[in-house]
Write a protein that binds this ligand. Structure first.
Ligand code: HEM
Length: 123
């Protein structure tokens, strides 16, 4: 897999990734309603997508990915409640190799565009 495939056309200036612990309870509030923030986690890394209201804001196409770890939903390319429910959306343990590739491609896509503001922690 080539890295440049995920490079944005216009270069994005990113901050150094942060390693602050963020709980699922805190993440769920970063949904543009309970707070102004729009966060999406992939593989436990939390991305700040607040700047992209068009794609992720309330009422937008991809709002169902926001405020949760969306690894599973992204790997399966599903926006339906069965994959985006935060109780399951983080769990990529049962994904096929192909689905894991898709998930990892999305991870690279996000990593090249959005700041990492922390990582999911249990406490
Ligand atoms: C008929 C189905 C779909 C169509 C036509 C479609 C179309 C698009 C288009 C045109 C963009 C680029 C928007 C832009 O220029 O900024 C985009 C981005 C994106 N799509 Fe889809 N999509 C579809 C399904 C899905 C599904 C099922 C998922 C995930 C489960 C998904 C996740 C995303 C994500 C995460 C982005 C990136 C937004 C960003 O951060 O810039 N899409 N899609």
């Amino acid at each position: 897999m080539t890295e440049h495939k995920f490079t944005p056309e216009t270069p994005v200036k990113l901050d150094p990734p942060k390693d602050d612990p963020i709980t699922m309870e805190q993440l769920i509030k970063c949904d543009g309603v309970q707070s102004d923030k729009l966060y999406i986690a992939i593989k436990g890394q939390v991305f700040d997508v607040t700047a992209n209201q068009k794609s992720y804001g309330v009422g937008s196409a991809y709002h169902s990915l926001v405020g949760r770890d969306a690894s599973r939903a992204l790997g399966k390319m599903s926006l339906g409640p069965e994959e985006t429910n935060p109780s399951i959306s983080w769990d990529y343990s049962s994904l096929t190799e192909q689905e894991l590739r898709v998930m990892n491609d999305w991870y690279m896509f996000f990593k090249n565009r959005y700041n990492i503001v922390g990582r999911i922690s249990k406490h």
